[in-house]
Ligand binder design. Sequence first.
Ligand SMILES: CC(=O)SCCNC(=O)CCNC(=O)[C@H](O)C(C)(C)COP(=O)(O)OP(=O)(O)OC[C@H]1O[C@@H](n2cnc3c(N)ncnc32)[C@H](O)[C@@H]1OP(=O)(O)O
Length: 409
Amino acid sequence: MTTDLRVLRPAEWGAWYTKLEDAFGGITEAPEKRQLWHDLTETERSLAVWDGAECVGTATAFSFQLAVPGGAAVPTAGVSFVSVQPTHRRRGVLRSMMRRQLDDVRAAGEPLAALTASEPDIYGRFGYGFATQSLYASIDLTQVRLSVPDGTDALSLRLAAPESVLDICEAIYAERAIQRPGGLARRPGWERLALLDPPADRAGTSPLKCVLVQENGQPVGYARYAIKLEWQLTGAQGSVHLRDIEALHPRAYAALWRFLSEIDLTSTLVLRNRPVDDPLLHLVSDIRRCSVRITDRMYVRLVEVGAALAARTYAAPVELVFEVTDPFCPWNEGRWRLSGDRAGATCARTTDAADLALSVRELSSAYLGGVSLAVLGQAGRVQELRKGALSEAAVAFGHELAPWLPHNF
Ligand SMILES: CC(=O)SCCNC(=O)CCNC(=O)[C@H](O)C(C)(C)COP(=O)(O)OP(=O)(O)OC[C@H]1O[C@@H](n2cnc3c(N)ncnc32)[C@H](O)[C@@H]1OP(=O)(O)O
């Protein structure tokens, strides 16, 4: 099979995106959704594989800034829109795109790449490690009460059309997004994703709604949600479906959750993609009746090991030599000395004896502080070459808040 891999030309976007839709079940997306992805696509960072006149492979990268432990926003390639046509699968088309893309990401000077995977088994071979998780819940509001901090009642609530208060919400998002590792600083245009609400995708829910929480007349938090009302012989069985929620302090956060849990005619609060350590879990009276489920979310890849490790801070002073294997990006292979603490870090090549041996995939998993190197050691995936080094590394790489990706891309 002879195929031609090259950068996407803007005029090819429509055919290219249709091929992506084909690979995901062939459902044409709502026009407003297609238009948004069209506008957000960085064509110069998008790859197309052609077999003659037919596009058989797609991949893109978005230019993100990803929050890492310590609060830095690190340039990161947000990998997405990956597909290969069923007629051309398992012949190395994906591998060829991953090769070209990681070379391009390196040339662009981005130390990290990140993605959400349609299937967890695909990207490990290319050095991506499972780095963040996501909490889903369905809260039985007839059984679960909320305990809110003192002062919550002093705040006021205001309903508004989501578009009309977008700037207010974005300002709050901007302040919150990089406080937790895994957060994405919003690039211009991406705020439209927060409002995307095609009627065809609503599955019986209302249009998107927005509530603001205010203190002394100033907005200090927001939640966007939709409502689904169902009538049974026993009465209304409504559910509240949360899109997103951000608040500047605990009282504002609690006020929003209380609002969401007390909407008339609803008895279930459905959450998709919350942090696994969401403070909400400590406001509810009965966590068991919240039907919590946790799943893998973001996969991270250190594209430049030295630059990536130096870009974050460490929870405890750390002085360690890593022996890294990385067959797919061999420029990372070899020994790296990491010296760091809560103030900053350096990471440079060394010939000193290694304390730990691991592949780039494990290092990538641990990078945002959500996966413990000690646990990876217990899984046999990190080798401790100096006694005590694994524990030192696990403590230093940890973070007080679980990393979390606020939205898909
Ligand atoms: C970030 C994102 O966009 S996630 C979205 C990914 N896309 C999809 O899920 C859409 C439907 N699936 C597809 O389009 C294709 O099957 C793809 C993109 C997943 C794989 O493309 P292919 O060209 O078939 O992959 P390719 O032949 O290059 O395989 C490379 C390696 O990955 C493996 N692999 C490919 N797909 C899968 C899979 N779904 N599960 C497990 N392993 C896989 C291959 O076996 C091969 O392994 P090897 O290196 O050990 O030999």
